[in-house]
Design a binder for this molecule. Structure first.
Ligand SMILES: Nc1nc2c(ncn2[C@@H]2O[C@H](COP(=O)(O)OP(=O)(O)OP(=O)(O)O)[C@@H](O)[C@H]2O)c(=O)[nH]1
Length: 256
């Protein structure tokens, strides 16, 4: 299956067309444009500092910036083509979750609960360099299960920061075993070093969600309350942050 962005690849050229690198925000499709019938809604969950934002930005822009605002909870929106079908893809970043002192429950903001309810597919992320972040995954999955007690939950488990092999605290087979026990697939990825691994992981989930949705969201099988979608995408804010990163890099370069 191929996933192709309908919009031109972002971030390859600055506005003056000089070809200098500029990470431009992920464009949203214009409101008046034809809105696809199907919306694939994905939420990315995990402990602090595991690379949730980095993975999303890497997937959507192929870029790694290095510094990301903590706990943004931003919603990213794009029109994409999945297996020849145009769909609206929405990816919700979330603030981190943390284990409670008893190591079984979770500290989880209400905003995250709303996102879990809203989503159709789940990216559970830990860092292979942080065993505590791995220990968060099982309670996190149970938390998702409490919100969606019945039915299939499309899920992938991502062990991020695979570039930091020397600092590895979680062996790959532990990741695989955990994913299998949750009914998902395990991917090791490095948002920092490699777009391909990140792309493959997200693509797998998009495909699974798209299949589960069938012909469109009208056919969505999961019942229950219909909650409003979380926080609307704030592309202006994203633009501002990218400009900030860029200008600090330019400043650093000119002061050397
Ligand atoms: N070496 C390495 N560093 C990474 C990778 N992905 C993210 N990072 C770094 O890890 C830090 C945290 O990344 P974020 O994307 O902000 O992580 P997050 O999970 O969204 O963090 P919170 O907002 O605290 O929940 C940043 O310094 C990133 O540059 C990776 O694959 N490899």
């Amino acid at each position: 299956m191929r996933l192709t962005a309908t919009d031109p690849a972002p971030g390859t050229m600055n506005s003056s067309g000089t070809g200098n690198f500029l990470l431009v925000p992920i464009p949203e499709y214009p409101l008046l444009d034809c809105v696809p019938n199907k919306t694939v809604k994905i939420v990315v969950l995990g402990a602090s500092n595991v690379g949730k934002t980095a993975l999303i930005v890497r997937f959507l822009t192929k870029r790694f910036i290095g510094d990301y605002e903590a706990n943004t909870g931003a919603l990213y929106s794009r029109k994409v083509t999945l297996d020849g079908e145009e769909v609206s893809l929405q990816i919700q970043d979330t603030p981190c979750v943390a284990l409670q002192d008893d190591a079984e429950g979770l500290y989880c903001q209400e905003q995250i609960n709303r996102s879990i309810y809203w989503a159709d597919g789940y990216v559970l992320v830990f860092s292979i360099t942080d065993h505590n972040s791995y220990r968060t995954i099982q309670p996190l999955y149970q938390h998702v299960r409490r919100i969606h007690p019945s039915g299939n939950i499309p899920i992938i488990l991502v062990g991020n920061k695979s570039d930091l092999l020397r600092a590895r605290q979680v062996p790959a087979d532990e990741g695989e075993a955990l994913a299998a026990s949750l009914g998902g697939v395990y991917f090791e990825a490095s948002a920092r070093e490699n777009h391909e691994g990140v792309h493959t992981a997200f693509l797998h989930l998009c495909q699974e969600v798209s299949r589960a949705l069938g012909g469109g969201n009208g056919e969505k099988r999961r019942g229950g309350l219909h909650l409003a979608r979380p926080k609307s995408p704030n592309m202006q804010e994203l633009k501002r942050r990218f400009r900030q990163v860029l200008s600090s890099k330019v400043k650093a370069a000119t002061t050397i």
